[in-house]
Design a binder for this molecule. Structure first.
Ligand SMILES: O=C(O)c1cc(=O)[nH]c(=O)n1[C@@H]1O[C@H](COP(=O)(O)O)[C@@H](O)[C@H]1O
Length: 284
């Protein structure tokens, strides 16, 4: 059996054909209310119809945040599952934002939930945290590799609260983020060429001092939240990720979704992100 194309290979093709932009989908209680929708699974479902209509096949990646679906219980999860499969049908890569992190055996169950043919979500990618140690995630990353998927680990988050923990210095003089970046690079080096099953979350809001962490990541893909509502712009990506543009997946959520519920306005907001993301990738 031939192995599936890796997430990195599929992302590169779509980023060139469409744009590298990743659209976040966070149907919060407030947003549902602003869109005039009930705070129910039916409201969620109507929200998702509009997102599908507006985004279509214009973005490379879509990133639903599981929490906003989980809060509606099993019926919310069915809406999430349907959204993931319908974007897949549109040829868009699905990145499930769940930020799971636990001991190895529990991680196996989480990985079986998100990755692989026949799994409930068959996600192309998902987010994880490594507070219980990178070693606890090795099998998750291996399952991602075998499924042609990518496991994105939070290395430096976009929120200000993350900095003190992530930049804490260990006994060997490396920060927590540097230790994670080195481990992540080594895992990618052990996988086959072009597979890159371990990606990194690196906030677009980070200071220039984090360029060292970016370098340690080697060829890993980087998901960069923080554009728009958290204050960063596409121009902020230029200095932090200079020379690594092809590895960056710029993502924004609220700055697009606030344009709803009108589908034409949503489409225009998506284009306002798709275009600068494309220009950033081309280095122009
Ligand atoms: O993994 C993420 O996407 C993520 C990582 C991070 O460091 N910061 C961050 O805000 N996010 C997610 O990005 C979404 C918010 O994006 P904005 O609405 O564009 O600010 C939420 O779903 C967050 O969980």
């Amino acid at each position: 059996m031939t192995s599936p194309q890796s997430f990195a290979q599929r992302f590169a093709r779509l980023a060139d054909e469409r744009s590298p932009f990743c659209l976040g989908v966070d149907p919060s209680k407030d947003l549902l209310a602003r869109w005039g929708l009930p705070d129910t699974a039916k409201g969620l479902s109507d929200f998702c119809e509009r997102i599908l209509d507006a985004a279509g096949d214009s973005v490379a990646v879509v990133k639903p945040q599981s929490a906003f679906f989980e809060r509606h219980g099993p019926s919310g999860l069915l809406v999430l599952q349907s959204l993931m499969y319908r974007f897949k049908d549109a040829g868009t890569l699905t990145l499930l934002d769940v930020k799971r992190g636990d001991i190895g055996t529990t991680m196996d169950a989480y990985a079986e939930t998100v990755f692989g043919a026949g799994s409930p979500y068959e996600a192309d990618a998902a987010t994880f945290t490594a507070y219980l140690g990178l070693g606890a995630l090795v099998k998750t990353i291996e399952r991602a590799r075998a499924s042609g998927a990518c496991a994105f680990l939070v290395v430096r988050s976009s929120n200000p609260e993350g900095a003190s923990l992530q930049t804490s210095m260990g006994a060997d003089g490396r920060t927590v983020a540097e230790v994670l970046a080195d481990g992540l690079r080594e895992l990618n080096e052990k996988a086959g060429p072009g597979e890159l099953p371990a990606g990194a979350v690196m906030g677009a809001t980070l200071p220039a001092s984090d360029r060292g962490v970016v370098k340690r990541l080697g060829g890993a893909l980087m998901l960069t939240p923080g554009i728009g509502a958290q204050g960063a712009g596409f121009d902020d990506l230029k200095s932090l990720f200079a020379g690594r543009e092809a590895q960056v997946i710029p993502t924004a959520t609220r700055s697009v979704l606030e344009a709803g519920p009108d589908v034409a306005s949503l489409r225009a907001a998506i284009q306002r992100h798709v275009e600068p993301a494309r220009r950033f990738r081309m280095g122009t």
